[in-house]
Design a protein around this ligand. Structure first.
Ligand SMILES: Cc1ncc(COP(=O)(O)O)c(C=O)c1O
Length: 420
């Protein structure tokens, strides 16, 4: 069995989750914070790692450490085999048509910057338009603003309604022959909205635009099928899907990737180099200059295998139950305003509590052992849209329980007492 080859637990894809036993896979979930059991509800920021991921990284470093794609010695061959195997795993995970279309990047942020600086910079002309939904994370806004500044293209925002859903009529109106790129977050980290990516892609393609999807919050919670979505690029982060930090996936269509110039130069991405000029390696190496995050990629492979072992049917069903219960209980707390009430929603609950700043709320909850996020969630245009500076955000993963939600709600009542 390969380095990341810990066998998945034998659960049927649609079997109900045994959350009690799943929690034992995550060492950190049994820790205590300030004498209280940890209640981890900050999964949109980063997921926790199961033991199989930790072990895969440890074994990679302890038993198989060598550089990849370079050495002829035993260790290098072993490391290369384990590293390369993850690319095919990731292809299957995203249902991408070809393995060479999957690029290892640092994360969603780097994936989108790669598309902006390579595809965007080489194709955009003055007056071209880049349409982005108002609910994008900064990592799907700022790279486009930078490339717009470099090329003379213009960034335009697609409005969202009061529930936090894309205004599809406004989107249709904004689309035109000038639209060259559409950027859309698959699942919003600030609102939980699940966007109609396939429909938005179909409309974008009618005007000849290319669609870049930010999948950071989707890959941990739902089966992603890039062919069914029909999009052109799909970016995600390993750490949000219970893998290591410092690694992520960028999928892109072969014909686009082949036509795009490299965005970083260095080792491993070349065919030949001389001072007269350089020829580049074929995909995927053309976009992977330098030594990659080897142990992290191998850890990501273990995370993918772990998620597939549980199955997204079961994950989705349980997370919907968590969201339904949390929504009912949290909105019953006097003074709560939910921010993000889309009909299609994932396990993210953003809210404000009257008279209490979200940061104070976060601090009080922390004293109860409950970890949530407070702030603008790197989505300031969302905050502006809803007229708030910040929200408190509880975000769920399949290892969360109803007890976790009860602890959150107790903490909200406690905060009200403190600020009464
Ligand atoms: C929707 C979304 N996009 C992009 C990112 C950026 O991910 P990373 O920091 O892993 O590159 C995040 C992280 O919070 C996110 O939630």
């Amino acid at each position: 069995m390969g380095i990341a080859g810990t066998a998945p637990r034998p659960r049927g894809p649609a079997a109900p989750l045994d959350v009690g036993s799943i929690r034992k896979d995550f060492p950190i979930l049994s820790m205590r914070v300030g004498g209280k059991p940890l209640v981890y509800l900050d999964n949109a920021a980063t997921g926790q790692r199961p033991s199989v991921v930790i072990e895969a990284v440890r074994r990679s470093m302890a038993e198989q450490n060598a550089n990849v794609h370079r050495g002829v010695h035993y260790l290098s061959e072993q490391a290369t085999l384990a590293f390369d195997a993850v690319r095919e795993q990731a292809r299957a995970f995203l249902n991408a048509p070809a393995t060479h279309e999957v690029l290892f990047v640092r994360g969603t942020t780097e994936g989108i910057n790669l598309v902006a600086q390579s595809y965007g910079r080489s194709t955009l002309k003055p007056g071209d338009e880049i349409l982005l939904t108002t609910m994008e994370h900064h990592s799907n806004i700022v790279p486009w603003q930078i490339v717009a500044g470099q090329t003379g293209a213009v960034v335009r925002a697609i409005p969202i309604n009061d529930a936090g859903e894309v205004d599809l009529d406004a989107y249709r109106t904004l689309l035109s022959a000038r639209t060259k790129i559409v950027g859309v977050v698959h699942i919003s980290n600030a609102l939980g909205t699940i966007n109609p990516v396939a429909e938005m892609t179909r409309l974008a393609h009618e005007v000849g635009a290319v669609v870049v999807v930010d999948g950071a919050q989707a890959v941990p919670h739902t089966a992603v099928d890039v062919q069914a979505l029909g999009c052109d690029f799909y970016a995600s982060s390993g750490h949000k899907m219970f893998g290591p930090t410092g690694v992520g996936l960028l999928w892109g269509r072969t014909e686009l990737l082949e036509a795009m110039p490299p965005w970083q130069g260095g080792g491993d991405m070349i065919h030949t180099v001389s001072f007269a000029g350089t020829t580049f390696a074929p995909l995927p190496a053309k976009f992977e200059a330098g030594t990659p995050a080897i142990a992290e990629v191998i850890g990501l492979g273990a995370a993918i295998r772990y998620l597939q072992g549980i199955g997204f049917d079961a994950i989705g069903a349980w997370e919907r139950e968590l969201l339904t219960r949390a929504t009912q209980l949290v909105q019953a707390v006097p003074g709560i305003r939910l921010v993000g009430t889309a009909r299609e929603k994932a396990g993210v609950l953003s809210f404000t509590l009257e008279g209490i700043h979200p940061h104070d709320l976060g601090t009080i909850l922390d004293a109860e052992g409950v970890a949530i996020r407070a702030g603008h969630h790197c989505a300031q245009p969302v905050m502006q849209r809803f007229g708030v500076h910040a929200t408190a955000r509880a975000s769920f993963a399949f290892y969360n329980t109803f007890d976790d939600i009860d602890a959150l709600v107790r903490g909200l009542h406690r905060a009200r007492e403190v600020f009464a």
